[in-house]
Design a binder for this molecule. Structure first.
Ligand code: AP5
Length: 220
């Protein structure tokens, strides 16, 4: 399957993507994680991305689309992928459609995670991620590591993302409403959107998502 995951910052996209990608045997492709990997490797792309991410703004389309395309062309993505954080505006969605059409492929579903703003603010405020791998995500209340400040998976140091400050989160939410939400209508016009509530236990959200994707797959 080729799936796009949409939802506000802190909705739980990364958390769900890890389980869904595993259940569906497809790679989880997160543009946020790709940028953070470039930042920790101190690449030119990482330096450029950081200047936008720290302000809560979108990294320019040109570099983002090229990076996403490059990742989608890797051999593990031949039979499908789960996109998390891409596309993030209508021009990225159009670029993705063109990319897929040129290969005779199409998206199967766009999974929209719905969470009230007060909840995403709580989720972001308590989020801690691993210095070794930003895909290792914890929460001070909802998903506590066995040892405070230490990643359960690899023993790395847990820290708060630079863009998780209150001011930057406010900006990221504004960017989500103005630039990213319009892609939901873009994909509704293609009949691809399935919306689920992302409230409740992580495993309950995963079951809800799997059920919605199965229904979508049968309907196709
Ligand atoms: P990105 O990394 O994509 O951030 P985001 O979309 O803002 O989403 P988050 O990573 O903040 O949240 P999430 O939904 O993954 O939640 P998580 O699972 O961690 O992008 C960051 C920046 O990169 C952007 O601002 C932009 O600058 C740039 N960028 C990225 N892609 C781009 C693109 N395509 N174009 C241009 N720029 C781009 O969960 C959050 C917390 O909640 C965790 O602590 C988790 O443990 C907890 N949690 C999760 N689920 C639950 C639950 N059910 N109950 C309780 N707690 C939960």
């Amino acid at each position: 399957m080729r799936i796009v995951l949409v939802g506000p910052p802190g909705a739980g996209k990364g958390t769900q993507a890890a389980f869904l990608a595993n259940n569906l045997s497809i790679p989880h492709i997160s543009t946020g994680d790709l940028f953070r990997a470039n930042i920790s490797q101190k690449t030119e792309l990482g330096k450029l991305a950081k200047s936008y991410m720290d302000r809560g703004e979108l990294v320019p389309d040109e570099v983002t689309i090229a990076m996403a395309k490059d990742r989608m062309e890797k051999p593990d993505a031949v039979n499908g992928f789960l996109l998390d954080g891409f596309p993030r505006n209508v021009s990225q969605a159009e670029a993705l459609d063109e990319m897929l059409q040129s290969e005779g492929m199409k998206l199967d579903a766009v999974l929209d995670l719905e969470v009230p703003e007060a909840e995403v603010v709580k989720r972001i405020a308590g989020r801690r991620i691993c210095r070794n791998d930003s895909a290792h995500v914890f929460h001070v209340t909802y998903k506590q590591p066995a040892k405070e400040g230490v990643c359960d998976v690899c023993g790395g140091e847990l820290y708060q993302r630079d863009d998780d400050s209150e001011e930057t989160v406010r900006k990221r939410l504004e960017v989500y409403h103005t630039q990213t939400e319009p892609i939901i209508d873009y994909y509704k016009a293609q009949g691809l959107v399935v919306t689920i509530s992302a409230l409740g236990k992580v495993e309950d959200v995963t079951s809800r998502a799997m059920e919605a994707l199965r229904r979508e797959d049968h309907a196709a």
